[in-house]
Design a protein around this ligand. Structure first.
Ligand SMILES: [Zn+2]
Length: 218
């Protein structure tokens, strides 16, 4: 049961093609797991398409927008939702399709960058300042206390983590901005597998973090 979703502004950005590649990737991966957000995006795309149809060859009529909204709401329950498999393990075949196609493989397998409580695979990223990472976090471990210089989106693929705002399980996505200061920790059980996108380096805010923050780019 997914309880943490993307807000309407982000879904509209995605539907209108206004998002960076990195944010589009994590959004598309959440959509592959979340029928509720998928339905919202389909409705937004329908509104966009209908708006285009209405404006072709002339100006928008005075009440065209209201007409379209009524039409969309009337038809919202009929939107067909494709079924996708839920990820059950860390094998590549179990990852949602939009993500699977972007992960660099070595001999068909995931190759984690570093052994330890937090293992990382960097995904190719051409958005300036962005980082896209697959993280595997051991139970009870997590990131140091930090805030954000931009956005940090974290999508859980397996296991779960918690922070000051709540608990995040498979399919849940957390959107953290400069107003949030948190310390995400993986819950007990299986390692927490996440896709994380940052649009700017994090800002370490714990007592030790404040000392080393100027020398780090996380
Ligand atoms: Zn959702």
């Amino acid at each position: 049961m997914i309880s943490h979703h993307l807000d309407q502004t982000m879904l509209l950005d995605y539907a209108s093609g206004g998002m960076s590649h990195s944010l589009s990737l994590i959004t598309a991966t959440h959509l592959a797991l979340c029928p509720a957000c998928r339905r919202d995006v389909e409705a937004l795309e329908a509104v966009g398409g209908a708006m285009l149809d209405e404006t072709v060859g002339g100006e928008v009529r005075g009440n065209a927008f209201e007409d379209l909204m009524a039409r969309i709401e009337a038809g919202a329950g009929q939107v067909s939702v494709p079924q996708t498999a839920q990820p059950t393990g860390v094998e590549i075949d179990h990852l949602p399709r939009p993500l699977r196609d972007h992960i660099p493989l070595h001999n068909g397998k995931l190759r984690w960058g570093r052994q330890g409580p937090i293992e990382t695979i960097f995904l190719p990223c051409d958005d300036p300042g962005h980082r896209v990472r697959l993280l595997r976090i051991a139970p009870g471990k997590g990131a140091p206390q930090h805030s954000h210089r931009g956005l940090e989106l974290t999508l859980v693929l397996q296991g779960s983590f918690h922070d000051e705002t709540g608990q995040f399980g498979p399919g849940d996505i957390e959107v953290a901005d400069p107003d949030l200061d948190h310390r995400p920790i993986a819950d007990e059980g299986v390692p927490c597998l996440c896709l994380a996108v940052t649009t700017a380096p994090l800002r370490l805010t714990g007592p030790l973090g404040r000392l080393i923050d100027p020398f780090l780019t996380i």
